[in-house]
Structure formats: C-alpha cells, structure tokens
Ligand binder design. Structure first.
Ligand code: KG4
Ligand code: ZN
Length: 346
C-alpha cells in the first residue's frame, strides 16, 4: 500500500508484483489507485494553501485508505509493506501521509518505506511497461519541478538539466491565473489551446538551441519565467486577443523547448528510450510532439496514461516496492523532507 499527500491530492494505492527490473517480472499490477482531489478547496485562492491542504488530507485520508483496500479486494492482513511520499512537498501535507503510513506499518507489523515523490513520477513511466530498454532519459515536469534525468539503472539518477526559475506546470498555472481562467491552469490551457492558433503569437523559447546555449556548459536547462512575462505583456498591449490563441501559442512555446531539449539530451547520452512523467506530462500537445520527435530520432518513447502522470499513489507504490527490495525499510524515526533530492551518480 502507498500513500501520497505531498501537495493537493490525497491518494492511496494497493499494488501487487515484483519491483521494476526483476528478471522475468511481469511488472507491477495496480489493484486500486484512489485519488481524492482538493482542487475545489484551493481554486478560490488561485493556488494551493498549505495549511488548508494539511487539514484536508487529515480529514479524508482514513476514508481514502478504506476505499483503496475495498476496491483492491484485499484485507489489511494481505498488505506486506506501507510506503508514503516523504518529500519533496509541503511539510505539513507530507507529515500526514508519513505518520499514517508508519502507524499502519506498526499496527500491521510490516515494513514502512519513505519514497521520493519525483522518483515516484519516474517509476510511473515504468508501471505500464516493465521491460523498458535502458538507458532512458526522462523528462519530469510537474507543478514544482522541471528536470531531465538519465537512468542507467533504477535507484540512482543523473540530472542532465533543470529549470533555473519557474517549473513548467507553475508557468501554466500562472498564465492561467493571469488570464482569469482558474486553477490548476495546465488542463484548462490544454483544452483552450485545442481551439486556438498555435502560430498566432511568437512567444520566446528561452535557452533554446541545444546545450551550447544553456546556462551551464553541457546541461539542458530550462527557463519559463520569461515566457510567462511575455504573455502578460502581450495581453496588456493586445486586450482583444483571444484566450484560445494565447493558450495555444504559449503552450507551443513551452512544449517546443521541453521536446527539443529532451531529445537532444537523449541523443547526447546514447539513450534507447525517452519517457515523460509528472502532471504536465498529461498535456496533449506535449504527448503528441514528444512521441513524433522520438520516432524521428529513432528512439523508443514511453508515455504513461494520464492517471499516472498527475499525482497518484500507484507511482509511489511502484517506487516503494523497488526501494523496499533494494534498500530495505526506512527508519521509523525518519521524518518528512520538503526539499528532498533524487540520489545521483556521475
Ligand atoms: O505532478 P503534479 O500533479 O503535482 C506536482 O507534483 O506538482 O503536477 C501538477 C501540475 C500543475 O501545474 C498542473 O497545472 C499541471 O501539472 N498539469 C498540466 C496538465 N495537467 C496537469 N499542465 C499542462 N497540461 C495538462 N493537461
Ligand atoms: Zn507530482
């Protein structure tokens, strides 16, 4: 069983199977993956309010656990390990999941394991395809992070690039808020963009042009705060522009750099496969463009179902299974780590 409470979704999943990378493994079977969203609670504030998030997790967690167990058709005695996201994320929100997971591990006399949320997003890409060809280059794009990581074997990672300012999801959310479209902005912009002209406005593509133009030599870094400001300035100067055209043109500018850098990074390190993960990986244009670009470059492309892109506990269970098998249980006095990083090599 795994619990995810790092931000504004309370999620509990039950999975069964061998961890990713096990010889002859048929993968991780998701028996249940219940997600209770707090979006309505935060929408009025235009973003996630940390204290409101913690309280809401506390209120619903017990019933989300009961529902996940019920949907999986298992009994609590069948559960042989409990995982929880222990970082990165909002400290109060993380602590609700971590405390609940430890309490249940103690009560059921099974191991507890803390899982890195970004490693969860990464494992989501393997959930539906356990025999992915390594090395893989994964683009992880969420509300709080944007990074390209290289995986030669699961467990340690190399950061090939990351954002130097806003995360991609944050840019979607801020642009949507400026346009008065609501929260979270990503799915709303994605939908509006379908009715707009993506070539209507030429928004800037920061740090575009492969690694020579990046901030640090050889890295594939991103910057999204400039495109957000460009949208604000453009709309101020052209108040009659349609939201659809702004959405489509902004989305295209973001997707252009995400796709170009991911493919360039994959070619540079000789990857066999490219994957995408995180909430922004649910974006329809990113999914379409990365799969076309990967095919052109002769790379395998792995795109998880959208339910495994946005925050969910199935991905935490998949990563937890692997961590439990390879590192053993976490200490019962280990807390939450709001700024947790991925373990690195190279
Ligand atoms: O991974 P996630 O669910 O939570 C974090 O770990 O942050 O990602 C949430 C982010 C939000 O910024 C949201 O606007 C964005 O993912 N997002 C999208 C789409 N669906 C969610 N961005 C673009 N297009 C989408 N369809
Ligand atoms: Zn996330």
């Amino acid at each position: 069983m795994a619990i995810e409470t790092s931000c504004d979704e309370t999620s509990v999943a039950i999975v069964r199977g061998a961890p990713f990378g096990t010889n002859g493994s048929t993968g991780t079977e998701v028996l249940s993956n219940v997600v209770s969203s707090q979006i309505d609670l935060h929408a009025g504030f235009g973003g996630v309010v940390p204290e409101v998030a913690s309280r809401a997790h506390l209120e619903v967690l017990e019933s989300v656990i009961a529902s996940a167990i019920d949907k999986a058709g298992v009994k609590s005695e069948d559960i042989d390990g409990v995982a929880a996201t222990h970082g990165p994320g909002l400290i109060g929100a993380l602590l609700i999941g971590v405390s609940a997971a430890k309490a249940m591990a103690l009560a059921w006399d099974v191991p507890y394991v803390g899982v890195n949320h970004m490693e969860g997003h990464l494992f989501a890409t393997f959930l539906e395809k356990p025999d992915v060809a390594l090395p893989v280059v994964v683009l992880l794009v969420s509300g709080g992070h944007t990074m390209i990581v290289e995986v030669r074997r699961p467990g340690t990672y190399r950061y090939l690039g990351s954002t130097i300012d806003d995360a991609a999801g944050e840019a979607f959310d801020k642009v949507a808020r400026y346009l008065g479209l609501g929260y979270p902005g990503g799915p709303i912009i994605d939908k509006l963009a379908n009715q707009g002209n993506r070539n209507a406005i030429k928004f800037p593509r920061a740090l575009q042009g492969r690694e020579e133009n990046n901030t640090k030599g050889g890295r594939f870094d991103f910057s999204f705060s400039g495109v957000k400001t460009a949208v604000v300035n453009y709309v101020r100067r052209h108040p009659d522009v349609s939201n659809e055209d702004v959405a489509a043109s902004f989305q295209e500018a973001v997707v252009d750099v995400l796709v170009e850098k991911t493919i360039a990074a994959a070619i540079k390190v000789g990857a066999a496969t490219v994957c995408i993960g995180g909430g922004v990986a649910a974006n329809s244009r990113l999914r379409e463009r990365i799969s076309d670009a990967a095919a052109d470059a002769g790379l395998e492309c792995l795109i998880p179902s959208t339910e495994y892109c946005t925050d969910n506990a199935a991905m935490i269970a998949a990563a937890g299974l692997w961590r439990l098998e390879h590192d053993g249980p976490s200490a019962m006095d280990a807390g939450a780590e709001p700024s947790l990083k991925l373990p690195t090599f190279g």
